[in-house]
Design a protein around this ligand. Structure first.
Ligand code: PMP
Length: 391
């Protein structure tokens, strides 16, 4: 399109930067024998009983739309699951919505609450989708940095420094992607007091809640007086190895959930029906599979963290999700240089930390949701690469 021609694109969309992760995947896809520690997705196949439940649903002819908010049987299961696992109670009739992945839940939540110009605090390093979705909803993402000296735990005074009269909400990701950091109950209580003081809404993305390895997980809305101002986001992609099924959910105050359903009914109608049948099975009979996958992730996490320590790189022990976030500053390279040179020389794909925000510079994200055999080979290659810089 020549510069003289009028542009047909929305200014907001034009100004969005493509995800920094994509460039590396495009480069990696042109090469052979690449070990990818780049993608944030389980290497496991969805448990067989879950797959079978969707077969059965199809065989029985469940091929039509469901209720806009999702099948009531599934909402009841989600409600039961949240209560028994995380001590949070939601009415399946009007405080829950089933969405196309947690991704849609985040989008709906932000579109439901943002007025033009509202500011939303995004804790960095953060999942790459939050800030663009805030912008698309007409808001301004305002980053708050976390630091490796605090194991990337959000400090409440950092939030206070960022708050203005326009601040509407804060997005928390616990356990965090990309750092794997888990905020415990005491830390959440401190954050809650700032949230209450400044009357903020909290989007609590807890999609990795099942995948915590060292201590019991605390769900943000279970903190006193937080349920009425929290939109809990979760889904089936990570814990149940169901990324391709595209199923998630949000739970929260009736007024917000009903507003989200209003958007969802016009844009999506209802989440995939066979996936909803599968999700009921995942919640009712999936516990053992989750436990087994979790055991395997824990072993891999320990191996990968140990390997980075042996290389002489500092790497905090992530309490959850399936990522490690080691510092690569010892090599003298930037995150982008490290990731690109590692890919070209040793054919290992990792994600440069800077794509997750300013405080991610000097780090790389490695996903350990891949087989031990692949991880062993990847760590050998990374150690060889790093040793070149330490001579
Ligand atoms: N939140 C976080 C923190 C994630 O890491 C991801 C997936 N990478 C999502 C949400 C989106 O998950 P879903 O597949 O359910 O859309």
């Amino acid at each position: 399109m020549s510069t003289k021609q009028k542009t047909y694109l929305s200014k907001t969309v034009e100004q969005l930067k493509p995800s920094g992760i994509r460039r590396f995947f495009e480069l990696a896809s042109t090469m052979d024998n690449v070990i990818s520690l780049g993608v944030g997705e389980p290497d496991f196949v969805t448990p067989w009983n879950v797959i079978e439940a969707s077969y059965h649903a199809l065989e029985q002819g469940y091929t039509a739309y469901t209720a806009n908010a999702g099948m009531i049987e599934l909402r009841e299961e989600v409600s039961r699951y949240l209560k028994s696992n995380y001590e949070v109670e939601y009415n399946p009739e009007n405080e829950l919505i089933v969405t196309v992945g947690a991704s849609e839940a985040i989008d709906l939540a932000l579109r439901a609450i943002i007025n033009p110009g509202d500011e939303v605090i995004v804790v960095e390093p953060s999942f790459v989708a939050y800030s663009p979705i805030v912008s698309l909803a007409g808001g301004f993402p305002v980053p708050v940095q976390t630091d490796s000296k605090d194991a990337f735990k959000l400090q409440p005074e950092q939030i206070e420094k960022t708050i203005t009269s326009k601040t509407k909400a804060i997005i928390l990701c616990n356990p965090n992607n990309p750092t794997g950091t888990v905020l415990g109950k005491e830390e959440l209580i401190k954050i809650a007091s700032v949230v209450e003081k400044y009357d903020l809404i909290v989007l609590s993305d807890e999609i990795y809640a099942e995948l915590t390895y060292d201590e019991e997980f605390t769900s943000f809305p279970s903190i006193k007086r937080m349920k009425e101002r929290t939109i809990l986001i979760s889904g089936f992609s990570k814990a149940f190895a169901m990324t391709g099924w595209r199923l998630g959910y949000a739970a929260g105050p009736k007024e917000i959930i009903q507003a989200m359903i209003k958007i969802h009914q016009y844009t999506i109608m209802s989440a995939p029906t066979m996936a909803q049948h599968a999700a009921i099975e995942a919640l009712t009979n999936g516990e053992r599979s989750v436990r087994e996958m979790k055991k395997s992730y824990r072993q891999r996490r320990n191996f990968v963290v140990h390997s980075f320590h042996e290389m002489g790189l500092s790497c905090h022990i992530p309490g959850g999700a399936f990522y490690v976030f080691p510092s690569i500053s010892e090599t003298g390279l930037t995150s982008e240089e490290f990731a690109e040179q590692l890919l070209r020389k040793e054919k290992v794909a990792v994600v440069p930390g800077n794509v997750f925000g300013k405080s991610g510079e000097g780090y790389i994200r490695c996903s350990y949701a891949t087989s031990m055999k692949q991880l062993e080979e990847a760590m050998k290659r990374i150690a060889r690469f790093v040793s070149e810089f330490k001579k």
